[in-house]
Write a protein that binds this ligand. Structure first.
Ligand SMILES: *Cc1c(COP(=O)(O)O)cnc(C)c1O
Length: 369
C-alpha cells in the first residue's frame, strides 16, 4: 500500500495532521528566525525574554477572555508536570476526576498521592463522556475539555459545590474551542497542540479562588518540592519569568501564534474554523459506508481531534500510505488500539487541507481495498 503515489493535485498544501505536537505555521518559524539574534541565547532574567513572557501572558488572557482578577501562571514540564504540581499544591484533601480516556485517567493517577484521600474517579468507556457530580469532601473537580486520546469534548461548566475548584485540562482545547473562562478556576494546558508551539511548558489561567487555594496550601506544613510548587510558579509568573530556564523557542512560537489568532478574530474565529474543519470529516464519515465517527453522540464530538472508525478497510494501511505521501500523524492514539484514523483539526489547519485529506483517503481506499 505504501508504494501508492497520490497525485500531487489531490495533496493538501500542508500534510501535518497530528494531535500534538501539531503543525507549526511558517509565520511562527519566521518569528523564530527573527528572534534568533535578539532573544535566543540570551538570559531569561533580562528584559527581552521577560517582556516576551509578559506578551505571552497578556496574549493568553486576551485570547481566553480572562475575567478581571484571573492570572496566567506558567511553569516548566508541560501538562504532565502540572498534574503533580496540582497534587502537591492545588488539591486540599480529595479530588474528583472524570476519566474518559488516557489524559483524564493520568491526572486521576497523579492525585492518588499518599497525603490525599483516594480520588473519586468517574469513568466512561472510550468514545463517550461522563460529567462531574458534587460529592461531600471533594475540593477539586477535574476533567479534560478535550480528551485527545479519543476525540471527546466536554463542556466547561462550574460545579455547584461551595468552596471547591473546577480544574479543566485544556491541553488540546485551549484556543480552539469556545468557552466561558469564568466557568473554571484553573484552565491549564501545554502549547504544542492547538496553539501550535513546541512542548515543555505548562500554562494555567487561574481564578482568584484558585490563587487563594495555592497560597493557603503553600503556607501549610505540607512538603512541596520547589520545582512542583504552584506558589513558586505564581510568584515567578508575576515577575514574567519561570523558576528555572524555560524553552525560549517555545515561547517565541507561542507568542507568534497568539498574535496571529488575535489578528484573525480571536477565540470566536478559531472555534469557527475548527468547527468547519471537523464537520467536513464527521459529515464525510457519516456519508461513507466504510467509515463512521468513533464518538457516537454528536454533542460529544470534538471540533479539534476527529476520530474516524473504519469498517472493512485497514486504517493502519491507509495511514501508512498517507505517510508515504507526506501526510503524517493520522494514526490513532497508540493505546486505544482501534481500526481508526485520528486527525488534528486545530486552528492552524486550513479547512481546505482537510478537504484535500478526505480526497486523499478516498483515493487510497479506492485503489487498495
Ligand atoms: C497532550 C496532552 C497532555 C500531556 O501534555 P504534555 O505537555 O506532554 O505533558 C495532557 N492532557 C491532554 C488533554 C493532552 O492532550
Amino acid at each position: 500500500m505504501t508504494d501508492l503515489v497520490i497525485p500531487a493535485h489531490l495533496l493538501p498544501a500542508d500534510g501535518r495532521f497530528g494531535c500534538g505536537p501539531s503543525r507549526v505555521r511558517q509565520g511562527q518559524v519566521d518569528a523564530l528566525v527573527a528572534a534568533s539574534r535578539t532573544l535566543l541565547g540570551t538570559s531569561h532574567r533580562q528584559a527581552p525574554v521577560r517582556s516576551l513572557v509578559g506578551s505571552v501572558r497578556r496574549g493568553l488572557a486576551e485570547l481566553l477572555g480572562a475575567p478581571e482578577g484571573w492570572e496566567v501562571v506558567l511553569g516548566n514540564g508541560g501538562s504532565t508536570a502540572f498534574w503533580d504540581a496540582a497534587a502537591f499544591g492545588l488539591i486540599e484533601r480529595r479530588s474528583q476526576h472524570c476519566a474518559y480516556g488516557e489524559f483524564g485517567a493520568k491526572f486521576a493517577k497523579a492525585a492518588g498521592a499518599p497525603w490525599l484521600s483516594a480520588p473519586d474517579v468517574r469513568t466512561a468507556p472510550a468514545g463517550a463522556a461522563v460529567g462531574p457530580e458534587p460529592v461531600d469532601g471533594v475540593d477539586v473537580y477535574a476533567w479534560p475539555h478535550n480528551e485527545t486520546s479519543t476525540g471527546v469534548a466536554a463542556p466547561v461548566r462550574r460545579v455547584a459545590a461551595e468552596g471547591a475548584l473546577t480544574v479543566v485540562d485544556a491541553t488540546s482545547a485551549a484556543g480552539g474551542i469556545a468557552f466561558d473562562a469564568a466557568e473554571a478556576d484553573v484552565y491549564y494546558f501545554a502549547p504544542q497542540k492547538n496553539l501550535g508551539s513546541d512542548g515543555g511548558l505548562w500554562f494555567a489561567l487561574c481564578s482568584p479562588a484558585a490563587l487563594e487555594r495555592v497560597a493557603r496550601i503553600a503556607a501549610s506544613d505540607r512538603f512541596i518540592p520547589e520545582f512542583l510548587s504552584l506558589q513558586a510558579a505564581v510568584d515567578n509568573s508575576r515577575l514574567e519569568q519561570t523558576l528555572n530556564t524555560p524553552a525560549l523557542s517555545t515561547l517565541v512560537l507561542l507568542d507568534a501564534q497568539l498574535r496571529w489568532m488575535l489578528e484573525q478574530g480571536g477565540l470566536a474565529w478559531a472555534a469557527e474554523r475548527t468547527r468547519t474543519s471537523s464537520a467536513l470529516l464527521y459529515d464525510w464519515a457519516e456519508a461513507t459506508p466504510w467509515a463512521q465517527p468513533f464518538v457516537t453522540a454528536p454533542e460529544d464530538r470534538s471540533p479539534v481531534v476527529v476520530t474516524i472508525d473504519f469498517d472493512g478497510v485497514d486504517a493502519a494501511g491507509v495511514a501508512a500510505a498517507l505517510r508515504a505521501n507526506g501526510i503524517v500523524d493520522t494514526e490513532p492514539y497508540r493505546k486505544l488500539g482501534r481500526n481508526q484514523l485520528r486527525i488534528g483539526t486545530f486552528a492552524s489547519v486550513d479547512p481546505d487541507d482537510v478537504a484535500s485529506l478526505i480526497a486523499c483517503i478516498e483515493h487510497v481506499v479506492e485503489r487498495t481495498a
